[in-house]
Design a protein around this ligand. Structure first.
Ligand code: EPU
Length: 343
């Protein structure tokens, strides 16, 4: 069940080469518990990955890498308006979106085609086109890496914020998310706050103005902008959209009148990192086997043969140039593995 020296390049969508000293894919919570309690591995670092679509693996990973493979979707509560479902962490996210819509359950359509596993969705509070996981989230179960005990986390305890959670930034590496519970709608309630989506939706024939229609539009939008990791290795947005104060936004606007920013609660502004990167001439720029994508400047791509170190040094040059031109810090979105000691 546990393999030694496993190549990880086919287990991360940036296709970075590295090996895991040990690798396990538990297909039940019981197996996961046995692995976490196995005295051969308890003294070693233990690292959890999902489908690898948001990872930056910069070196070989010592110790045990665990990829949850538990499957299953069940209904745990249902009313005339809502359904509460429980989904095992090893399910594929987009297959879940497709399945729920086929049942007539709505709420995940804006999150169509996001690569990755269900267990990873709360880890980084996935989001797209005006919806974040937190909007449909009810609770989850996670197993403690330290003692293999299962704990239930409410929405509040998960500490969700933009592309972030308790699991990603407060206690990284300490929990394996095993079950995720989502509350979906049986009554149509679409989110069309994203301008481009609203425009395309209103152009649809009346019979297609549905959650299915939203899924179709979003799949088309994503396919037009984002490279398919199966064809061109990437990890989606490589940087987060930086959030700045209104004073900072106004001063940037004076120097760069066409800067793109979206007002946030409490007077802050979220800047479009893609715009900053494009203005700084990085869009479509390639150095060796790494570059920023020509259709979406926020997506870093590996054209083949790049190492984690190549990606890190290219990304740093982009970050330094954005800091120099705009005095704005670009934060990396993918999770860096192996984790730094003490992280
Ligand atoms: N822009 C440019 N040049 C570019 C790309 C973007 O100028 O090359 C500007 C444009 O003004 C555009 C704006 O940035 O209108 C926003 O671009 P887009 O709608 O493509 O979205 P994004 O802010 O670049 C975010 C998420 C995506 C998500 C989309 C849609 C982050 C870090 N990224 O990207 O999420 O799919 O919105 O909601 O928040 C991901 O996290 O991996 C991801 C793909």
């Amino acid at each position: 069940m546990i393999q030694e020296n496993v190549e990880l390049s086919d287990k991360n969508t940036l296709r970075l080469p590295a090996t895991a000293q040990w690798f396990a894919q538990p297909s039940s919570e019981q197996q996961l518990q046995e692995i976490l309690n196995d005295p051969r591995f308890t003294p070693l670092p233990r690292t959890v990955i999902g489908d690898g679509s948001n990872l930056l693996i910069h070196e070989n990973i010592d110790g045990l890498v665990i990829k949850p493979a538990m499957r299953g979707i069940s209904v745990i509560e249902e009313s005339s308006e809502h359904v509460l479902i429980e989904v095992m962490a090893g399910e594929n996210w987009d297959q879940l979106v497709d399945y729920t819509l086929a049942q007539g359950w709505q709420g995940l359509e804006n999150l169509s085609l996001i690569p990755g596993s269900v267990g990873a969705a709360p880890f980084q509070n996935i989001g797209a086109y005006g919806v974040e996981l937190v909007d449909v989230f009810e609770s989850l179960d996670a197993m403690s890496v330290a003692d293999a005990q299962v704990r239930n986390f409410s929405k509040q305890q998960c500490g969700f914020s933009y592309r972030d959670s308790f699991f990603k930034s407060v206690q990284p590496g300490q929990w394996v998310i095993t079950r995720v519970r989502l509350r979906l709608n049986k009554i149509e309630k679409l989110t069309l706050s994203y301008a481009d989506l609203a425009e395309r939706f209103s152009a649809l024939a009346a019979e297609n103005q549905s959650a299915h229609g939203v899924r179709e539009l979003i799949c088309a939008l994503r396919r037009s902008k984002l490279p398919d990791p199966a064809e061109l290795a990437n990890a989606g947005s490589f940087f987060k959209n930086p959030v700045v104060s209104s004073e900072k936004f106004e001063s940037l606007q004076r120097s760069f009148p066409s800067i793109v920013g979206y007002p946030q609660p409490h007077g802050a502004y979220k800047l479009a990192a893609g715009w900053l990167i494009e203005q700084a001439q990085w869009k479509g720029k390639r150095e060796g086997s790494v570059g920023m994508h020509a259709q979406q400047a926020l997506v870093l791509v590996n054209y083949g043969g790049a190492t984690g170190a190549d990606v890190m040094s290219f990304a740093k040059r982009v970050q330094d140039s954005i800091a120099e031109i705009f005095s704005v810090t670009l934060e990396r979105e993918p999770v860096l593995l192996p984790r730094a000691l003490g992280d």
